[in-house]
Write a protein that binds this ligand. Structure first.
Ligand code: HEC
Length: 268
């Protein structure tokens, strides 16, 4: 009888603990979410903000134009087979000692504060490409890792340096697509060379033509370097994919309760 009791209790615990972490806890934290305070005017000048700009600040941005097409190419090329776009809640997990959720853990990138993803983050996507398994890293915030090194640069004073850094970030992404092993010798990611064309260089060449590193190993150099007078240019599909991936930053502030439940203060 005693062993039956233990069995029932253990079984109960096996269901209760996951139910707490996966149902009760997310529900309670979501229903208490308070609205984000909208700043209606510039505190400095007292001038009213343009509502259209406000929308961009507070809502996850809508994918349009090239970014929308990039999303379709991401689906078409099967990227979601190996990459997720979900950051787990930070309270449940035995790997919490790792700092910087959703970031490259190798320490090469400067850490940027991120948060777990919520349903809200996928609001404007027709089909949220959450992914199935993590053979490659999570891409929910990939945009941060391909923006170059922007530390200490300000939009007003360093516009040129910022665009130079952005070009480096973009080239790093194209390098990943064209030949992942250029970036990481151990990479087990597939090549997406079909998203590029090798063509004759006209004048100074395309501004976004692939810049391969100088110090390639002889085998890689022989395989990848284009013949003299030629250049490797991303196709429109690769460009669209780049604007989609480089735009992935799931950091919009979370407004009103996602569950629709009234915020705690109002219900009191
Ligand atoms: C077969 C699995 C697989 C597929 C399919 C795949 N990747 Fe990857 N990807 C990886 C692996 C593994 C890595 C990590 C190694 C590396 O960086 O090369 C990676 C790395 C990346 C990175 C770098 C992430 C970072 O933080 O540095 C990006 C960006 C990326 N993949 C985008 C894509 C895109 C876009 C596609 C679709 C065109 C795609 N991947 C398809 C396995 C895959």
């Amino acid at each position: 009888m005693n062993s039956l009791k233990n069995f029932v209790l253990t079984l109960g615990a096996c269901f209760a603990v996951p139910t707490y972490f996966m149902v009760v806890r997310p529900y309670t934290s979501e229903r208490d979410r308070l609205p984000v305070a909208y700043v209606m005017e510039d505190p400095g000048s007292g001038k009213a903000f343009d509502p259209a700009e406000q929308k961009g600040l507070y809502y996850p941005s809508v994918f349009s134009g090239d970014r929308k097409r990039g999303e379709e190419i991401y689906a078409r090329e099967g990227c979601a087979q190996c990459h997720t776009q979900v950051i787990r809640p930070a309270y449940a997990g035995i790997d919490q000692f790792k700092k910087g959720w959703g970031h490259d853990q190798s320490g090469s990138a400067a850490p940027v504060a991120t948060r777990p993803t919520y349903m809200w983050d996928y609001l404007h996507e027709d089909f949220a490409l959450l992914g199935q398994r993590r053979i490659g890293p999570d891409l929910a915030n990939a945009g941060y890792r391909f923006q170059g090194d922007l530390t200490g640069l300000t939009l007003a004073a360093d516009a040129e340096k910022i665009s130079a850094q952005k070009a480096i970030g973009l080239n790093n992404f194209y390098l990943y697509l064209y030949a992942p092993r250029v970036r990481k010798a151990w990479s087990n990611s597939p090549r997406y060379a079909h998203l590029f064309t090798v063509r004759r260089k006209e004048g100074t060449g395309a501004s976004d033509a692939l810049k391969l590193p100088e110090n390639l190993s002889p085998e890689l150099a022989a395989e990848l370097n284009p013949p003299a007078g030629m250049e490797i240019v991303p196709t429109s599909a690769a460009r669209a994919l780049a604007s989609y991936i480089l735009g992935l930053k799931r950091d919009a502030p979370l407004p009103v309760s996602i569950t629709g439940a009234p915020a705690k203060q109002e219900s009191k």
